[in-house]
Design a protein around this ligand. Structure first.
Ligand code: ATP
Length: 896
């Protein structure tokens, strides 16, 4: 089978089906399996090797490495071979650590992608199925709905108002109309209107298409656009820090050069010694461990979020989450379970109730608590038939229970039919669907046109009751067509909605058999109202707790729903969102932007909205400097998702278009997952702060000690090579442990972070300076004491390095909490990564002090047990002093 040469766009639909040996019933399961073996899976593989090399080379593209490489050339030319060896060793070690860590982070991001596998709706062996898009083969019949991403190259066979956005392929961002009409053979790609290309987005309408190419054979596969999508492991904050550290590096280099000149000309140190000292200042002061560990913190954050079913598509969202002040959420499926069960049916004659749950057929229809003989209840039967025919879903039985394919409201109606003993397949065969208007949240109804075998034609409509009532002039009563009693219906709608029910209305009208094309104007008026349906959609159990957690965390939760205002109010009340007044879509239209901005902070429930209203609400909330998270699922939600600070799409019921526009996708559609994501976002930010708090005093302390020694003409208390060791080996090993710090207990009782707050707040700066001075003081103190006691310089320096590392070890524990005390069991022993990294560093230090080759490289000397005890005690005192500072700071901030 070789289909790749065919000019599919120019062939007739019959020819296409024939050539691909398929039909509208789709391939058989066996044939699909066979073709999968021949054509392979429908994926475009990414050239990984290319990025691997780039990643490795990128590690060397860094100011610190340049400084070190130049230093190694100079030391080599001065024939200081040990120095050259150590510096080059440090260069490679640094690059290797960066390479491995970035690799791990990239893997974490790749894993996220696999959590959102692309899906396709296909017809195989006459059945509609949802399958993994990578299983598609040429000849498969694919159903497209508005919001879908086209899963392979398709030749359209049937279409209804189909519009596709092909920007990914042609650069054109306006959607183009597509149809099944063949086009001339030699037209350009952008004009092949009979083809839907893989990766493009359906923005309107529906279609059926047959797969003509998969994987690498698709147009998108040929140009291998996927290469451009290599994930970038960065966020605005990391970029800011990168710019900051570049400036810092330049400043440090200039400063080191000044010190070099000062040392050589004023203090008359030997040139080669001064050169190495200047390099040491540069190396110690540039925070080189920072970017690699920050990336790891982000990667761990997104992995933890994914565990809580929030999948991050764009990394900056992780950071923004910590400053979210408003979450605007949909109701259906996010706050509620979206397991819709019809419980009430109200016709012009009776009020029926229905038992049972889920999509199963075991439920009963009751009237005044008694089961009814439905044959005598035409009012009921005609309403149910309307619901079954004006429907886009199907149900299938698996393991003794019924499952849904399609929209849950439609599914609930099919299951009502099963309970009433009406099989929807028989009904559809008796009364063919000729045309339809699909449901969209903007117009809030669905309509379909049917012809039966006796030459009769009907239009059925279902949707939001206020909209349907507007379309109707009559209703049925005792099987007669009478004028509609609007008052009665409004009171019934209100009663159902007050009980938290989702309300749906149904209507119909006979039409002529010549009517084959259904238009909006056909359903605008003169319909006959059939009745109401009350659908229970209870809140999720966890929603109440999640909402109250957000409220405690200073985050306001607002419901923005397409549903009725009383339904929204009832559900809101059950989960702890009460709004003394509610704005409906109509109210919003009546308010101008200024008035809306005034109201927006006080109103927490918005009902009967369309997706366009979400955009206006974002604009209004921005005026109050809110940082906004907004949920959405439909095609029309995409602009709002893009415009919010964090767009959150639904993984289960969301369209591909919404997912593409969002920063975060909720795998379980659950509001509680947003709360978890906020918690993780705050943790990531906390851990970034902790890391900076840990690394900067080390760098500043070492740099300062050399600087002061040169300035005052003292012997250096630590050699440049020893500084390289401390900085590139022990500080990084310890710092990585902070990436794994768990969430602090009080994290959700703090206010959201001010998005303009700098990472290096005044408080952090103070702590960094304070600790740097403590470190410098101890280093000089130990050095002076040792030399006074008659120790050689080598021995004194070994003690200085060891006390510095021990202080780092204790300070790592201090940094586990920025403000709170660490003097408790959890504080000291609570993190195994911290304990493991401390264990590793102690082993390194013993090797550094006692191994002969280490002694040779770093000029270290063996020190006694007594000295260890003394150094340990000094570091412990520094640890306690820092805890004392925290305690004082807590008292001061409580008094403010
Ligand atoms: P949310 O925005 O919180 O998810 P929602 O899902 O209720 O709320 P929409 O999907 O826009 O919002 O639905 C609005 C109204 O349209 C519903 O209250 C219902 O009356 C009607 N409706 C929903 N689904 C269908 C459908 N498949 N066919 C016809 N009408 C529907």
């Amino acid at each position: 089978m070789n289909f790749s040469k065919a000019k599919w766009h120019a062939e007739s639909t019959d020819q296409v089906l024939k050539k691909l040996s398929t039909s509208l019933n789709g391939l058989t399961l066996d044939e699909a399996e066979k073709r999968l073996k021949i054509f392979g899976t429908n994926i475009i593989s990414i050239e990984k090797k290319y990025t691997l090399w780039r990643r490795l080379i990128n590690q060397f593209h860094n100011v610190l490495i340049y400084v070190l490489l130049i230093a190694s050339i100079i030391t080599a030319s001065l024939q200081h071979w040990i120095d050259t060896g150590v510096i080059l060793g440090a260069v490679f070690l640094n690059a290797l650590i960066g390479f491995i860590q970035e690799g791990k982070a990239e893997k974490a991001i790749d894993a996220l992608k696999q959590m959102l596998p692309p899906q396709a709706h296909v017809t195989r062996a006459g059945k509609n199925l949802r399958i993994h898009a990578n299983k598609l083969v040429p000849g498969d019949v694919v159903l497209l709905h508005s919001g879908d991403k086209v899963p392979a190259d398709l030749r359209l066979i049937k279409s209804k108002d189909l519009q596709i956005q092909e920007a990914i392929l042609t650069g054109e961002s306006l959607p183009v109309d597509k149809s099944s009409q063949a086009v001339p053979e030699d037209v350009a790609l952008a004009d092949r209107f009979s083809i839907a290309y893989s990766g493009t987005l359906v923005t309107y309408g529906t279609a059926i298409g047959v797969v003509i190419a998969t994987g690498k054979e698709t147009e998108i596969g040929r140009i291998s656009l996927m290469l451009a999508n290599v994930p970038k492991l960065t966020t605005p904050l990391i970029r800011q820090l990168a710019v900051f550290s570049r400036w810092l590096a330049v400043a440090i280099l200039l400063f080191s050069f000044a010190i070099f000149l000062f040392g050589v000309f004023i203090r008359q140190y030997p040139v080669d010694e001064m050169f190495i000292a200047a390099v040491a200042i540069a190396v110690s002061a540039i925070p080189e461990g920072l970017p690699a560990v920050m990336t790891i913190i982000l990667a761990i954050g997104v992995t933890r979020m994914a565990k809580h079913r929030a999948i991050v598509r764009r990394l900056p969202a992780v950071e923004t989450l910590s400053s979210v002040t408003v979450i605007c959420t949909d109701k259906t499926g996010t706050l509620t379970k979206n397991e819709l069960t019809i419980q009430h049916i109200i016709t012009g004659d009776h009020h029926y109730s229905v038992t049972g749950s889920g999509y199963n057929d075991n439920g009963r229809i009751l009237l005044h608590h008694q089961e009814v003989n439905l044959d005598a209840h035409n009012d009921f039967l005609i309403l149910v038939k309307a619901g079954i025919l004006c429907n886009d879903a199907s149900l299938y039985k698996e393991n003794e229970s019924w499952h849904l394919y399609g929209n849950p409201v439609d599914g609930a109606l099919l299951s009502l039919g099963l309970k009433a003993g009406i099989d929807y397949k028989d009904e559809v065969n008796l009364c063919h669907k000729i045309d339809f208007i699909p449901f969209e949240s903007t117009h809030k109804f669905m309509a379909s046109l049917h012809h039966d075998h006796k030459g009769r034609a009907y239009i059925y409509v279902k949707g939001a009751p206020e909209i349907i009532l507007e379309m109707c002039s009559h209703q049925l009563k005792n099987q007669q067509k009478v004028f509609i009693d609007r008052m009665f219906w409004h009171s019934q709608i209100s009663e159902l909605a007050q009980n938290g029910m989702r309300v749906l209305a149904l209507a119909y009208r006979p039409t002529v058999a010549a009517h084959t094309n259904l238009l909006f104007k056909d359903v605008e008026k003169n319909l006959i109202f059939l009745g109401l349906i009350g659908i229970a959609d209870p809140p999720r159990e966890e929603a109440h707790h999640a909402v109250s957690q957000c409220q405690k965390a200073g985050i306001c939760v607002k419901i923005i729903t397409g549903d009725h205002k009383e339904t929204a109010f009832a559900i809101g009340k059950q989960i702890g969102i009460s709004s003394h007044h509610i704005l409906t879509g109509e109210n919003l239209d009546a308010l101008d932007d200024v008035l809306l901005a005034k109201e927006v902070n006080d109103v927490d429930i918005y009902a009967r909205t369309t997706p366009e209203h979400k955009l206006r609400l974002i604009k209004a909330l921005r005026q109050h400097n809110h940082v906004i998270a907004m949920t959405g699922d439909g095609v029309n939600d995409a602009p709002a998702l893009k415009s919010a600070d964090i767009g959150i799409a639904m993984g289960l019921k969301g369209t591909d278009v919404a997912k593409e526009a969002a920063e975060i996708v909720l795998a379980d559609d659950n509001f509680a997952s947003i709360t978890q994501a906020v918690k993780e976002g705050r943790t990531v930010y906390d851990n970034l702060k902790k890391l900076i708090l840990f690394l900067l005093p080390n760098d500043a302390g070492e740099g300062l000690s050399i600087f002061i020694a040169i300035l005052l003409g003292y012997t250096l208390p630590i050699t440049p090579l020893q500084i390289l060791w401390v900085n590139l080996v022990t500080a990084v090993t310890l710092g990585v442990a902070l990436a794994f710090e768990p969430t602090e207990k009080n994290i959700m009782s703090r206010k959201p972070r001010d998005p303009h707050e700098t990472l290096l707040s005044r408080f952090l700066l103070w702590r960094i300076i304070f600790v740097s001075f403590l470190f410098v003081l101890v280093m000089f103190g130990v050095f002076a004491y040792e030399t006074k006691q008659g120790a050689t310089i080598g021995l004194a320096r070994t003690s200085v390095v060891n006390v510095l590392v021990l202080m780092e070890v204790f300070y790592l524990i201090n940094c586990r909490k920025i403000y709170d005390s660490i003097l408790n069991r959890e504080g000291v022993l609570g993190s195994s990564p911290v304990l493991i990294s401390i264990g590793l560093v102690i082993v390194f230090q013993i090797g550094f002090t006692y191994l002969p080759f280490m002694q040779m490289i770093f000029a270290t000397k063996s020190i006694s047990i007594g000295a260890w005890i003394a150094l340990f005690s000094i570091s412990f005192v520094v640890f306690l002093i820092i805890e004392l500072e925290k305690w004082l700071m807590r008292i001061i901030s409580n008094k403010k």
